[in-house]
Design a protein around this ligand. Structure first.
Ligand SMILES: [Zn+2]
Ligand SMILES: [Zn+2]
Length: 253
């Protein structure tokens, strides 16, 4: 997706030199939109503060206004029907945007396509959502939803960890890896019922060894919240450790 500069820019011997190529060496490309690679207007725009181009930003549907008190879904009635039927373990979940358009594209690119250049943009969104929904009075630990170590090794990073790190630069709150994932989702979720899946999830997370979370306010950080099952399972493990509260903050939902 994003055009990375070639490792070896010296032209091949048989290649004809194009004047445009020489110019691009003398004048490097201005910063680009980290989602669609369109160059930003102006040579310094986006250099120290990456952001999406206007076209990509247009399809980001930010979440505020009438939201479910618990899960943060758009809802006119305090609690959405899902939360009435099945209350969550966490206190409250909030997200920056709806999981659609550029927000969905960006989350997927960060998660599956190694587009870690998007983390600063999405991390800033998290910080904005935090200030918008939780205010800045709550001093909490930012706890990324952990990935199973094998999966993290395969991917090379945990996107929730990257997002928490970026958000903490704006919020000045510590990122604490208070949880570990002890079993991996085996991918058979489509053939299992929601209840079966939740039981499996319950035992998937545990407190990280050597960390005391007692009395702490926790903000769980993840890229996207769907059913909230993962966040609930994490909240369970944290509550067992004696935390004061568990909030959830995601880029999208
Ligand atoms: Zn763009
Ligand atoms: Zn709800």
């Amino acid at each position: 997706m994003r055009h990375k500069p070639p490792l070896n820019w010296l032209p091949h011997k048989t290649e004809t030199r194009k004047p445009g190529r020489l110019l691009s060496l003398l004048f490097p490309q201005p910063p680009i939109c980290p989602l669609c690679s369109t160059p930003h207007k102006g040579w310094l725009a986006g250099l120290v503060h990456p952001y999406l181009c206007a076209q990509c930003a247009a399809s980001v549907h930010e979440l505020f206004g009438a939201l479910c008190r618990s899960c943060g879904k758009e809802s006119e009635h305090g609690l959405c029907p899902d939360c009435v039927r099945e209350p969550h373990v966490f206190l409250q979940a909030r997200a920056f945007a709806k999981y659609e358009g550029s927000a969905e594209k960006a989350v997927k690119a960060l998660k599956y396509q190694n587009e870690t250049g998007l983390a600063p943009v999405l991390g800033e969104w998290l910080a904005l959502a935090y200030a918008r929904h939780y205010g800045l009075d709550l001093k909490a630990w930012l706890v990324p939803v952990p990935m199973h170590p094998l999966k993290e090794r395969r991917r090379g990073y945990n996107q929730a960890q990257l997002l928490a790190k970026e958000a903490s630069r704006h919020l000045h709150m510590p990122v604490v890896q208070a949880l570990r994932r002890i079993s991996e989702d085996d991918g058979s979720q489509t053939v299992r019922s929601r209840a079966q899946r939740l039981t499996t999830l319950e035992s998937a997370f545990a407190l990280a060894p050597g960390i005391s979370v007692a009395g702490q306010h926790i903000v769980l950080i993840d890229d996207v919240l769907t059913t909230g099952g993962t966040a609930d399972a994490c909240a369970n493990a944290l509550i067992d450790g004696g935390v004061a509260s568990v909030y959830v903050l995601t880029v999208a939902r």
